[in-house]
Design a protein around this ligand. Structure first.
Ligand code: ADP
Ligand code: MG
Length: 709
């Protein structure tokens, strides 16, 4: 049944095609190829050609692939007597003489009497569009499209769109009218008219999807889909065409990902086959003063199994802030270290590098000591962990580089300095990158030169599974689902300016109980700019809080400080020399200070959901109840659905889903920087479609699927 419908609609499409083209088969158009430059087929101004080029549209092919973002159903042309008032409709008829009336103040009205095909009449008026008189000759047969109103018992068309209805088929009415994304002087009306002229060339588009894929997934052919996007017969056809174009987009994304994956894996290397050592992992767990979560155990197992194979791993470890990714990384590094290989851990900031270096060295040394006391034997040489960043003194850096080259350093932790030219490794087997969205393709290529090690990216960006497949399609995925310990959800409140005093008194009381607090401000210093003059800045906020709470110790942190200064402040805060730390967004990534259980975010309306959730993740890291207060600059902002979502949801995964519905996949959680493509039809981003495109790509390339987590 469905098939026969489709056949009929196909036939109709091609009939209509013929009708269009017969009118426009001027010689220069009939010779047109997809590769023909637009400048030689379109009769238009140089300005238009330049504007098209600015939009990346050079050839017939480019313009035909410029697809509408929506369609307006103006297919029904009705009679004046059937017209509903105040609704957009199209009516066919003729115009009488066009009269220009000049009003006071230089305003102009063009007006005429419109007579429909049955002889009924309405007045048509255009305000301040004198060109209508020139473009619409008296007595023209036209289709007017617009809203009708009733004025003193007469029907009135106010500034309707008009199209002369000669022998050529209608372009702007009488069909599902495509609406194109507009750009400068290239408006949707102009695009419609030009694309009609190019219609003949659509059959020249060749198919890009394998026949097998088309059949298996019941997809429209490429040229048919492109034709249907510009000249659809019905909404169902648009849907099938969009589906086909989206599938193609996704399929290409997946093919690229699979190829990147294959390229990364390179040749089998015996030295990369790191044996899983169950006893070591057991001892590691026993050496901790807490039990690992089930998710942590599973992730460690997945990673270690992957690394046994001797083919470079490419894996993404995704876990909400505070889910304990560092522990997973440490267990894996311990395994590599015991197999006498080297690891590098890269993080985005020096502060974080230092924190990790201390924490991880501690865990590994504890493990070493634990095994020694348990067995009385030396399990492996005492771990040698080095910290290498841009501000490591030259002499020390030199020593570290020597140690890496001769293999006396097991693990090096640092910033991008780690993969600079001058750093050579004795036997680099594993690279871990924390907060992957700051790590690009080029850095990846550098790593390949350093021995094509196993690669593990860790991110707190909670990406729904199908999006992960799209943005990180070349990675296998491990996910930390739960948060460790007896953590209570962070209690989150949006606070309007009027409630500030109460909340601040309450926080002061909590500090009295021994807790500490972060205060995040959007700006560093006071600004003159009108639109941000009420937005809080770190410098003034510190002064204000010192006055209001003279008995508290208050520190300040911002991006203009040098790393050493920042580190010293953080260390002092960790040592509880301060009660309050007022900071800009530099605090966003990775800082782990469990005794700080309160975070105040000033000007919360200025931050995206992703960032707010990251900030909030700075607390909730101990078994004390933690709190997050979102202060807004104005009372109205306190009602924002985004901020309300923060109150309601604790899980980054849920917030990601909400962001996906509020803003679409493009804007999702800062994913754009990390390689998520721009989608032509974001609303068609459907999990099922992604999975199908993935399956098709795997089947066609023979490159196998990453194991599902
Ligand atoms: P993130 O995933 O954000 O990098 P971290 O690795 O910094 O999180 O861990 C957050 C805190 O949780 C740290 O203080 C860490 O010691 C602690 N932690 C990690 N795993 C567990 C666990 N299984 N039980 C209790 N605490 C844990
Ligand atoms: Mg972390």
């Amino acid at each position: 049944m469905r098939d026969s419908n489709r056949e009929t609609s196909k036939r109709e499409t091609s009939n209509k095609f013929r009708k269009w083209t017969s009118v426009h088969s001027l010689l220069y158009l009939s010779r047109m190829k997809l590769s023909t430059p637009l400048s030689s087929v379109l009769r238009t101004t140089d300005d238009h050609i330049v504007a098209l080029q600015g939009m990346g549209l050079h050839t017939v092919e480019d313009l035909l692939l410029y697809l509408p973002r929506a369609h307006e159903d103006l297919s029904r042309i009705i009679l004046l007597r059937d017209v509903p008032l105040e609704e957009k409709v199209s009516v066919r008829g003729t115009v009488g003489a066009l009269k220009i009336t000049r009003l006071r103040g230089g305003r102009v009205i063009v007006s005429t009497i419109f007579t429909d095909t049955e002889g009924a009449t309405a007045e048509a008026q255009w305000f301040n569009q004198p060109h209508v008189k020139r473009m619409l000759p008296d007595g023209s047969e036209v289709v007017l499209t617009g809203k009708l109103t009733e004025k003193r018992n007469r029907l009135l068309f106010q500034s309707p769109q008009f199209e002369i209805a000669g022998q050529r088929p209608l372009v702007h009415a009488g069909r599902l009218v495509p609406i194109y994304p507009q750009h400068d002087i290239i408006n949707t009306k102009w695009l419609r008219e030009k694309i009609v002229l190019l219609k003949d060339a659509i059959v020249q588009f060749s198919e890009t999807l394998p026949l097998e894929v088309l059949q298996e997934h019941d997809l429209m052919g490429r040229s048919e889909a492109i034709a249907a996007m510009h000249f659809p017969e019905n909404p169902a056809q648009v849907e099938r065409a969009q589906h086909r174009m989206t599938f193609e987009e996704m399929y290409r994304v997946q093919l690229d990902a699979l190829e990147r994956r294959k390229l990364w894996q390179g040749e089998h290397q015996d030295r990369l086959a790191v044996p899983m050592d169950v006893e070591l992992i057991k001892a590691f767990f026993r050496s901790l003063h807490f039990a690992p979560t089930a998710s942590q155990k599973i992730a460690i197992y997945e990673i270690l199994r992957d690394m046994e194979k001797g083919i470079a791993m490419s894996r993404l470890l995704e876990g909400d802030v505070g889910s304990g990714k560092t522990l997973v990384a440490t267990a894996v590094m311990a395994t590599v270290m015991k197999a006498r290989g080297q690891c590098a851990l890269m993080v985005p900031t020096e502060v974080l590098a230092k924190q990790h270096a201390q924490g991880i060295a501690r865990l590994l040394i504890d493990l070493h000591a634990f095994i020694r006391t348990q067995t009385g034997k030396e399990p492996f040489p005492r771990p040698n962990v080095a910290l290498l960043t841009g501000s490591t003194p030259a002499g020390d850096a030199l020593m570290i580089k020597q140690g890496l080259q001769n293999g006396t350093i097991d693990i090096v932790i640092g910033t991008h300095a780690l993969i600079e030219e001058g750093v050579r490794f004795h036997d680099l087997r594993l690279v871990i990158v924390d907060e992957q969205h700051r790590f690009g393709v080029q850095q990846r290529a550098r790593l390949k030169e350093k021995g094509n090690p196993h690669f593990l990216a860790m991110t707190a960006t909670p990406i729904p599974r199908t999006l992960a497949l799209t943005a990180y399609g070349d990675h296998d995925l491990s996910v930390l689902l739960e948060k460790p310990g007896q953590r209570k959800p962070i209690s989150t409140k949006v606070v309007a300016p009027a409630d500030r005093k109460t909340v601040e008194r309450w926080i002061d009381h909590q500090i009295g109980e021994g807790r500490q607090a972060f205060v995040i401000c959007p700006l560093i210093e006071e600004s003159e700019a009108e639109e941000i003059k009420d937005v809080k800045n770190v410098e003034q906020e510190v002064l204000r809080l010192k006055q209001g709470f003279p008995h508290r110790h208050i520190a300040m942190l911002h991006g203009r400080m040098i790393p050493k200064e920042k580190e010293a402040i953080l260390q002092a805060f960790r040592d509880r020399a301060f009660d309050l730390l007022v900071s800009t967004s530099v605090i966003e990534v990775g800082i782990d200070i469990p005794n700080s259980t309160i975070i105040v975010i000033e000007g919360a309306e200025r931050f995206g959901l992703a960032q707010l959730h990251q900030f909030r993740g700075r607390v909730g890291r101990s078994d004390h109840q933690s709190y997050c207060f979102l202060f807004t600059t104005t009372p109205e902002q306190a009602r924002s659905p985004r901020l309300r979502a923060m109150e309601q949801y604790d899980s980054g995964f849920q917030l990601a889903e909400i962001d996906l519905t509020l803003r679409g996949p493009g804007a999702l959680f800062g994913l754009r920087q990390s390689g998520l493509p721009d989608f032509r039809f974001p609303h068609l981003f459907q999990p099922e479609l992604v999975m199908n495109a993935r399956k098709a790509a795997e089947k066609m390339t023979g490159i196998s699927a990453p194991r599902a987590a």
